[in-house]
Write a protein that binds this ligand. Structure first.
Ligand code: C2O
Ligand code: CU
Length: 551
């Protein structure tokens, strides 16, 4: 394998969107940040120099990092943050992922502006399992805030409320020409008639799952989260926050068929609970045929982009995902389970704090939990170091395998029964254990439920089953797909329902698991898997780099 080096300078950069100029945190002055290119099997080294004004860490979303949690990145989980003026080198090994992944900051809300694509080509000498596209293009869905995201985070911690929503959704950093002052910047993808293009779509957004469509063109989905899928063709896709999808687009339209040379690509949120405020903008970009004569008309808008509340469209889309499952790209679904964990995913409340009233329900503070534990990371040491050096008190290995409370997945409980408890509660499993996690959505508060994109570090997992209502351990496992389930790192727990994932704990280390909506991450919808292999942590994983940042 080859080693590729990248230098990432974290710095403040002036950017203008929606008629507002402001300073944002970037990598190398770019928003979105630079793309990392690799082949499967490559090792990539990224030197990060923090020239910004706040602590930061970076994460390589969807990369297993075999036995190397040191380079995984979530702050206070696997490392202390890189302080202003300091630097840190991440080592990333692409052992089994192929397709599209992405990297992003994993500290505070920094990922709002600090993120970029990771493109992983097949090994030298091997090929895509589909006809080679003429060109490839990362399509990064994100958000733009006119305000400062760090300030937003501080404010919402102070008020206990759910914080402000973004001012625009974006495609490759641009809201598109439907929004003020955005015409010139609108992202344009140039295509030639008769050629096929690979769109590497990434949902980098902090707050929403997204629908995406291209006017006049169907999309053939061939990959998710760095793993191949059985191709299927749709008019629109739904991509959860944190997910990546590889999509083929055939530029087969008459270049000026509708009196213009362009077709809009558009992205808008999927909102599964409209009680919660959301950014109701639609981001656009333009697919432009270079072999068309210029024209004065405006591009077509995708007629079949689902409406924000079209939960049925999202469910119908997701139900089509199947692993490719060929001899070159086999599946290996564990047939039996050593440990099944039912994990209730909930939004709850915590008391506001001394002599204060908060903006959350009943004057309380919004909170979130897994099995009624609202996760709080340590702050003077990270969980990985605490494990490695047997430092007591930083975490407790007591994460419950079952919900410890009664819940109703649709109606919710009264406020008095919606309080949670804080803790740095982690789950310890032995090497090789086959773990099944059933994420059960709940409506703890009388707000109803909403979907949550759950993400696991250090692993991909098979999404073996999903359903509505409460999971039934006697009936539901019979409906599982153990033949060709999709292999993902992020899965949406459906509103009013459940989803089951399976993985073999074959990657020793310390691995964060959390909702990929950043608000919910900071509210505590998180836990950590510690995967042990033998007695001493030192023999289980790669040696601790002496350059790890200090807290
Ligand atoms: Cu994409 Cu823990 O994150
Ligand atoms: Cu969530």
């Amino acid at each position: 394998s080859r080693a590729n080096h990248y230098d990432f300078f974290i710095k403040e950069t002036k950017v203008t969107r929606l008629c507002h100029e402001k300073t944002i945190l970037t990598v190398n002055g770019q928003f979105p940040g630079p793309t990392i290119y690799a082949r499967r099997g490559d090792a990539v080294v990224v030197n990060v120099y923090n020239q910004g004004n706040k602590n930061i860490t970076l994460h390589w979303h969807g990369v297993d990092q075999p036995r190397n949690p040191w380079s995984d990145g979530p702050e206070f989980i696997t490392q202390c943050p890189i302080q202003p003026g300091a630097s840190f080198t991440y080592r990333i090994l692409f052992s089994e992922e192929e397709g599209t992944l992405w990297w992003h900051a994993h500290s505070d809300f920094d990922r709002a502006t600090v993120h970029g694509a990771i493109v992983i080509h097949p090994k030298r000498g091997s090929a895509y399992p589909y006809p080679k596209p003429h060109k490839e293009m990362p399509i990064i869905l994100g958000e733009w805030w006119n305000g400062d995201v760090q300030q937003l985070l501080e404010e919402s911690k102070h008020t206990g409320g759910d914080g402000n929503v973004s001012d625009a959704n974006t495609i490759n950093g641009q809201p598109g020409d439907q929004l003020p002052c955005s015409k010139n910047g609108t992202f344009r993808m140039l295509v030639e008639h008769g050629k096929t293009y690979l769109l590497r779509i990434i949902n980098a957004g902090l707050s929403n799952d997204m629908f995406f469509a291209v006017a006049g063109h169907r999309l053939t989905v061939v990959g998710i989260d760095g793993h191949y899928l059985k191709p299927f063709t749709v008019e629109s896709i739904m991509i959860s926050s944190g997910q990546t999808m590889d999509v083929l687009l055939e530029a087969d339209r008459p270049a000026n068929g509708s009196g213009n040379s362009g077709y809009y690509m558009a992205a808008r949120p999927l909102v599964t609970n409209k009680v919660i405020r959301f950014d109701n903008t639609t981001a656009t970009a333009i697919l432009e045929y270079t072999d068309a004569p210029p024209s004065a008309g405006s591009p077509d808008f995708p007629a079949n982009l689902p409406a924000v509340d079209d939960v049925a469209a999202a469910t119908a889309y997701t139900s089509q995902l199947r692993s490719l499952a060929t001899r070159e790209h086999p599946v290996d679904v564990p047939a039996h389970v050593d440990e099944r964990m039912v994990v209730a995913v909930a939004i709850n409340v915590l008391p506001c704090g001394p002599n204060k009233t908060c903006e959350g329900p009943g004057g309380n503070r919004f909170s979130a939990s897994l099995n009624n534990v609202s996760f709080v990371a340590p702050s003077s040491v990270d969980v990985l170091d605490a494990y490695y050096y047997s430092i007591r008190g930083a975490y407790e290995p007591d994460f419950p395998n079952k919900p410890s409370f009664v819940f109703n997945f649709t109606e919710g409980l009264p406020l008095e029964q919606s309080f949670t408890t804080k803790g740095a509660s982690v789950k310890v499993v032995e090497y090789g254990t086959v773990v099944e996690v059933v994420f059960q959505n709940t409506a703890i508060l009388r707000l109803g439920s909403e979907s949550h994109p759950m993400h696991l570090h250090g692993y991909s997992f098979y999404v073996v089953g999903t359903g509505s209502g409460n999971f039934d351990k006697d009936e539901d496992p019979a409906t599982y797909n153990l033949v060709n389930p999709p292999y993902q790192n992020t899965v949406s727990v459906p509103k009013d329902g459940w989803v089951a994932i399976r993985f073999r704990a074959a990657n020793p280390g310390v691995w964060f698991m959390h909702c990929h909506f950043d608000r919910h991450t900071v509210w505590g919808m998180d836990t950590v898997f510690i995967v042990k292999d033998g007695k001493t942590p030192k023999t289980q994983m790669m040696p601790r780099p002496p350059t790890m940042p200090k807290c």
